[in-house]
Unconditional design. Sequence first.
Length: 249
Amino acid sequence: MIADTRTNAGVDNISSYRKLHLLQSPGERMLAVATAGNLSVTQTALAMVAAGIKLPDSAAPETLQTVPTLFRAAQLLGHAMASVRASINTPPTPAADALNVSASMLLGGQIAGGKMGLYLIYGQGNFIECGPDTPYLQIGELKYGKPILDRALRSATPLSEAVKLGLISFDSTIRSNVAVGPPLDMVVIPRDRLTGVARRIEAEDPYFRDLARRWSEAMASAHKAIPDPTWLNAGMETAPAPKAMSAVG
């Protein structure tokens, strides 16, 4: 899981906030939550979950430290997100409707006794799970980095290769969207280890800079190696020549 740290409320109000949050109990659980969208919604929702939420079918408040399954953790976060959005829009007013309260989260990791999983949680509280036919999930700014993942990432991709593809995807997004920027926070969680490797990647990180340079060079070499359209020159050769024009003043 990788998340940038840039947030903005307009071009003249840009700041940095951590969007990747880790929760680890050695030997018992390793969870990661990434957030996107309205910062007040996601921060309030995380604070509610940390304090404890009592769902309709629970006997006592639950937190990410106490839920028995990853699915239950997704339910808690979804309930918190929906509650925050509802509180902002209650009672409905034009001012409330004008607020951009869109938000989403990624929840991934593993709890002892359960399988590793990854969920995308929407602001309305519902969520979907990542499966074999969907080897990755994204939130926030999607379009610039998505083509790289679509072309290269598969369920059977080795973990180290997946990390590399994720960083290439982020490099492409950073180049094309000023709303996304370093430092990046990343965590790599191997299956059945109940632990993870966390790293903050600054703009001057040697590996990230080298990766970005190599990817740019590889793309330049690739497009130069592709033949030019054969029909383009032929079309130009058969096109009628422009008529001569003159003017007398």
